[in-house]
Design a protein around this ligand. Structure first.
Ligand code: ARG
Length: 487
């Protein structure tokens, strides 16, 4: 089932009476065009038509099984809904059944059904309200959206694994506080993104499980005096057993909120990746190049290649956060029932989904096009004393307590600076031992083996703790990822 947006909204067709206007003594909202426009959700909820029809078929099937409609009426309803689905599949937003006066997707589909099959169509809404109907449609839509996102995650994971397999062994500096820290493999950092994105995917899986309850049959708020069998509809739809309470069933927007929060977390992760790569693409770093299709020029400065796509991935995160805050705020003031405020949920859910889906796709393409610049990274790899921590580890293997080792290496770094040396490996063996003596250690603490612990290339080979970002850690993790993605 598709969750994609269709454009070209036609909301201005001929007027149609709302089925509840007869309850009013004077003029209904249909008589004021502003009121009609103000209350509608047809301009954004038509994308749930498939879910709406699936829910209606399940409801009608149940009505027939419990004897509230006949088999013949069920057949008419199914035929009518099937035709409507085909028409909308083909005509999209220009389907003549979309009428702004009817407010929303639910009323438009129902009105079209009644026009096709008459009284059988007038029975479809038996024991149902738009309140449980829209709650169900939303859950079905979220299920489909989650499945779409799953596919996108797989493509993105594959892109990262591909990049790690090609460039993963390149040794690079890692940064904390954006200051040089310890040497790592490019692949180590790529696995970091994979780990963060995997949690994003798991959040989606988790929200599906938490929200697996079917609100259909809750009615407007209190349930129904008719002999509805909610287990039948629940059995026909992929969103779990019947909600145990009709009020919560219609009042809750938890599934939508969980989805928008999860989307915000995806967006946050992609934004962070974008920021990191924008830095890596600067002249100052020069660690990374991405496909030219994903950079743009300047209208004034002829030499420019700007990482606009990455900047937009970073910038759009703000919109998704906005959707999340808007939804949280919208729900917090509603008494526990359906209130029209809740209609706005779809605006934010759909906007957040569209934006994140686009960003995921764009990120996948950028990752596929990315090339780490080994030569450039190497040019300054000897700077920043990246192997200082490794030297402290070496001293630990020579029986020096770590705090003392830390002191010794600190003194050695200062010694390098005093002698104008770039690297710890430029020091003589006697320099190492002199520093050890100064910290109360034996004169033969260090031997020539110390040099095998120094230099970024040696360091990344030595990491052995599980999950390390050096050679052994990332190659082990990439194997796990390859296996996972083969399934
Ligand atoms: N379009 C509405 C929504 O999305 C449907 C529910 C309207 N229910 C009502 N009782 N007014 O929330």
């Amino acid at each position: 089932m598709s969750t994609k947006k269709k454009t070209n909204q036609n909301t201005s067709s001929a007027s149609s009476a709302k089925p509840w206007e007869h309850a009013k003594s004077g003029a209904g909202s249909a008589h004021d065009p502003l009121a009609a426009r103000f209350v509608e959700s047809i301009s954004y909820d038509t994308r749930m038509y498939k879910q709406d029809i699936i829910g209606s078929v399940a409801h009608a099937t149940m009505l027939a099984e419990v004897g509230l409609i006949t088999k013949k009426e069920l057949a008419q309803i199914k035929r009518g809904l099937n035709e409507i689905k085909k028409e909308i599949d083909e005509q999209g937003q220009s389907w003549p059944g979309w009428k702004v006066e009817l407010e929303d997707v639910h009323m438009c589909v129902e009105a079209a059904l009644i026009a096709k099959v008459g009284d059988a169509g007038r029975k479809l809404h038996t024991g149902r309200s738009r309140n449980d109907q829209v709650a169900l449609d939303l859950k079905l839509w979220i299920e489909d959206a989650a499945a779409d996102l799953d596919k996108q995650f797989t493509a993105l994971f594959k892109a990262f694994v591909g990049l790690a397999k090609r460039d993963g062994k390149i040794v690079m500096p890692s940064y904390t506080h954006l200051q040089r820290a310890q040497p790592i493999c490019v692949g180590g950092e790529l696995v970091a993104w994979l780990s963060a994105l995997e949690r994003c995917q798991q959040r989606i899986t988790a929200l599906r499980a938490v929200n697996k309850q079917n609100p259909l049959g809750s009615g407007a708020i209190a349930g129904s005096g008719l002999p509805l069998d909610r287990s039948i509809t629940a059995g026909l739809l992929p969103v779990g057993p019947a909600t145990p309470n009709s009020i919560d069933g219609t009042a809750s927007r938890d599934a939508a909120l969980d989805m928008v929060y999860s989307l915000a977390m995806i967006s946050q992760t992609l934004s962070r990746l974008a920021e990191q790569w924008i830095i890596y693409m600067s002249e100052e770093f020069g660690f990374l190049k991405i496909g030219e299709a994903y950079t743009t020029g300047s209208s004034m400065m002829p030499q420019k290649r700007n990482p606009d796509m990455l900047e937009l991935i970073r910038g759009r995160c703000g919109n998704v956060y906005g959707n999340l805050v808007a939804m949280l705020t919208m729900v917090k003031g509603t008494p526990i029932a359906y209130n029209r405020d809740l209609q706005e949920d779809k605006r934010h859910l759909f906007a957040a989904f569209d934006m994140v889906a686009d960003c995921l796709e764009m990120t996948t393409r950028i990752v596929k096009s990315a090339k780490f610049q080994e030569k450039r990274i190497n040019e300054r790899l000897h700077r920043g004393f990246l192997d200082a921590t490794a030297l402290a580890d070496y001293l630990v293997t020579r029986n020096v307590p770590f705090r003392t080792a830390h002191q010794v290496v600190g003194a050695l770094v200062r010694e390098c600076e005093a002698q104008n040396l770039d690297q710890l490996s430029d020091l003589k063996l006697e320099d190492f031992n002199k520093a050890c003596i100064n910290s109360g250690q034996k004169a033969d603490t260090c031997d020539a083996e110390v040099y095998a612990w120094l230099g970024p290339a040696n360091v990344v080979k030595r990491y052995q703790s599980y999950g390390n970002s050096g050679l052994s850690g990332f190659t082990q993790q990439i194997k796990v990822w390859e296996k996972r993605l083969k399934k």
